[in-house]
Design a protein around this ligand. Structure first.
Ligand SMILES: Nc1ncnc2c1ncn2[C@@H]1O[C@H](COP(=O)(O)OP(=O)(O)OP(=O)(O)O)[C@@H](O)[C@H]1O
Ligand SMILES: [Mg+2]
Length: 490
């Protein structure tokens, strides 16, 4: 048979089948059609061993985007970019990164515990044309998962949970983070884009690692906290002199965990009700920051507020307090359970300086490092001051100029410290001398007063004596007069 004849025959068979199908649809009773449909589907599933699940983009009447759909979209993102031939791109994080997803009618494969499954993207074109207040889209997108029916248990249980969890985590990683500040009883936010990281934080490596581990363990310990019946919260107290990196560390914490920051200005909060409202409005995966607690409120006020804070916000939260004067705080306030981890940020050590030199000058070593190490051992300088010396000083960016500037600064700080110490000694000697002089003066005055008292006493006893004598003399006179009068009467 010639190929042209064969095509003609196939064509006529198809046309006949289609005609028969159209006639069947037209004239066969609806009930019979349903029965045939049902049994044909059963027969199909009997010979077709795969199960399909569709996840539609929109659910419900109000065009709510399905959370499962967007989680799957995120989950499939990386797989799509390596497997699919046609991809869709979207821009997130203020135009800084591109997120890829597979285009319609593309398929990607996935594997879970040795089981292979297939995801396909598709869309239904809706034929209904309704007039609605809400904008109507005719396209209804979906993802379809196909897997062998013998894996039903595994896929419907563990696998789908895994997809949703990972998808949501990717979503959180890709989201634009926010920095909130309170104004009245509302939060206002701006995009949070702080470049601080633990890597660039000038601090001893061991302590840094300990803090990072603590944070990471906390952020993944949901089950643990649920099991021991504790709210999933952790309080940190960062203390140290100004410019030692407390605020920088908070930004590094937020970047490490991908959390939002709520910067709570307590002095702007009117009352407890307002505070509670603000706290309830914070979202999970966030850090609530209260800076300079020593100057915000009186301590009993803070104590009540901290306990309220713990109970008012639910979900995963870090609460970070900062202060320049830890010794001013009531020990009851900073006890574990309220502020679980205390972190001291202090003056710049040589190890911290090396990190700054690496960040600012791209220097691992330099002949001036030895002198700097010596000076840092002898004097105190905050990382903020050290960093200021390491800022570019010349267009050529010569690091020696910066290091010399730092050495100059450290030497000056050392001299200043000596002068200050001398000044302090002098001042305290002066104060002591003043105190002693005052004491002497007081003693003198006291002695004088005592003398005066004595003199007064003496005078008064003398006066008393005189008075007595007088009385005696007068008494004699009066008696004499009485005698004279009685003599005259006689
Ligand atoms: N440990 C550090 N590592 C890296 N940079 C630091 C460090 N400490 C301070 N700096 C630099 O100094 C600047 C000021 O630091 P930061 O604002 O974090 O200090 P602070 O401890 O919060 O001070 P304050 O008590 O005044 O609020 C930062 O912008 C940062 O560049
Ligand atoms: Mg600060």
């Amino acid at each position: 048979m010639k190929p042209t004849d064969m095509f003609a025959q196939v064509g006529s068979v198809i046309a006949s089948v289609m005609f028969a199908w159209a006639m069947f649809k037209q004239y066969c009773p609806y009930n019979l059609q349903e029965v045939i449909d049902k049994y044909s589907k059963r027969a199909f599933t009997f010979i077709y061993p795969y199960i399909q699940i569709s996840f539609n983009e929109f659910t419900g009447d109000r065009f709510m985007r399905s959370e499962a759909y967007s989680a799957i979209e995120n989950y499939l993102g990386s797989r799509s970019s390596t497997q699919a031939k046609r991809l869709k791109a979207d821009v997130v994080k203020s135009s800084q990164s591109i997120i890829l997803s597979m285009d319609d009618h593309e398929e990607v494969e996935d594997e879970f515990q040795g089981v292979k499954l297939k995801w396909a993207a598709g869309k239904h074109i809706s034929k209904t044309q309704s007039v609605s207040f809400y904008p109507v889209t005719d396209e209804k997108k979906y993802y379809r998962l196909t897997f062998h029916r013998r894996h039903r248990q595994l896929i419907l249980g563990d696998y789908l949970n895994h997809v949703l969890k990972e998808g949501n985590e990717i979503k959180v990683r890709n989201r634009q983070r926010k920095l909130y500040t309170n104004s009245g009883s509302y939060w206002r936010h701006v995009v949070f884009q702080h470049p601080a990281s633990f890597e660039s934080l000038a601090m001893e490596a061991e302590r840094k690692q300990e803090i990072m581990d603590d944070l990471l363990v906390f952020s993944t310990a949901e089950e643990f906290y649920a099991r021991i019946g504790r709210a999933w919260k952790r309080g940190y107290l960062l203390f140290g002199p100004p410019g030692t990196g407390k605020s920088t560390m908070i930004a590094a914490m937020a970047n490490l965990l991908n959390y939002d920051i709520y910067d709570l200005e307590l002095t702007a909060v009117k009352d407890n009700t307002e505070l509670r409202k603000l706290l309830i409005d914070t979202t999970s995966r966030s850090i609530i920051v209260i800076e300079d607690i020593d100057c915000s409120l009186d301590l009993t006020g803070i104590l009540n507020f901290v306990d309220g804070l713990w109970s008012a916000c639910k979900g995963e939260r870090l609460i970070v307090f900062t202060t320049n004067f830890v010794e001013k705080l009531d020990p009851a306030l900073i006890r574990k359970g309220r502020m679980d981890k205390h972190i001291e940020l202090s003056y710049c050590s040589f190890e911290a300086f090396q990190i700054l030199a690496k960040n600012y000058l791209k220097l691992e070593s330099h002949h001036l490092f030895a002198r700097i190490q010596e000076l840092l051992g002898e004097t105190k300088m905050t990382p903020a001051e050290v960093a200021e010396h390491l800022m570019p000083k010349t267009i050529s960016g010569d690091p020696t100029v910066c290091l010399e500037s730092l050495i100059g600064g450290l030497e000056k700080a050392k001299v200043d410290a000596v002068l200050k110490a001398e000044e302090e000694v002098k001042e305290s000697a002066r104060l002591k001398a003043e105190e002693e002089a005052k004491e002497k003066e007081k003693e003198k005055e006291k002695a004088k007063a005592e003398e005066e008292e004595k003199a007064k006493e003496k005078d008064s006893s003398k006066a008393e004596e005189n008075a007595k004598n007088q009385v005696k003399e007068n008494g004699f006179c009066e008696n004499g007069n009485a005698e004279l009068i009685s003599k005259e009467k006689k």
